[in-house]
Design a protein around this ligand. Structure first.
Ligand SMILES: [Zn+2]
Length: 174
């Protein structure tokens, strides 16, 4: 059984600076899906981005707002589209990290060191969308803004991430 659980859904605005490869990923029951690996970057870091489905959805050198990407940290942090991802082209992002510092070894991305992603989860009222405070000990809460009671499990989660990176010129070989 193959169970995939996307815990963090994040929204990222980034420039796609490089395409690494496209492979046909095979799943059980002869299902196949195209998987294209890109490098996306903003002013702070470059990060691997995996696109599932038609690769034409993303063009190198364009900037996009990606809503509902999953973020995984395993050896290094990477982003991936999910069935819930929206991709919207957006205005040019100035000040992207220097493209020449992006070096790829296989699919391992070496862009200096991505020192980590800080993930901040905000909880919002299911009804009025204002911020609420969650306490692990309680199962239900009353929104301070609209006074509606709701189960903690129905409270909306809004995940913000900040990906921090530093460049390390010593490892660059281009
Ligand atoms: Zn409320």
């Amino acid at each position: 059984m193959h169970v995939q659980c996307f815990i963090f859904q994040i929204t990222v605005t980034a420039k796609v600076v490089k395409k690494i490869d496209t492979v046909q990923q095979e799943f059980s029951f002869n299902r196949k899906m195209k998987r294209t690996t890109f490098i996306s970057a903003d002013a702070t870091a470059a990060i691997q981005l995996t696109l599932w489905g038609p690769e034409e959805q993303i063009l190198v050198d364009n900037c996009y707002k990606f809503e509902n990407l999953s973020i995984k940290t395993f050896e290094y942090t990477k982003l991936s589209t999910t069935p819930y991802t929206n991709i919207m082209k957006c205005n040019e992002i100035e000040d992207v990290v220097d493209k020449t510092l992006i070096v790829c070894k296989g699919v391992t991305v070496v862009t200096g060191t991505i020192s980590g992603a800080t993930i901040e989860i905000q909880h919002k009222c299911f009804f009025c969308k204002n911020l609420v405070t969650i306490n692990d000990d309680i199962k239900a809460l009353k929104c301070q803004s609209c006074n509606k009671r709701q189960l903690v499990t129905t409270v909306l989660k809004d995940v913000k991430t900040e990906i921090a990176g530093t460049t390390n010129n010593k490892n660059m070989e281009t």
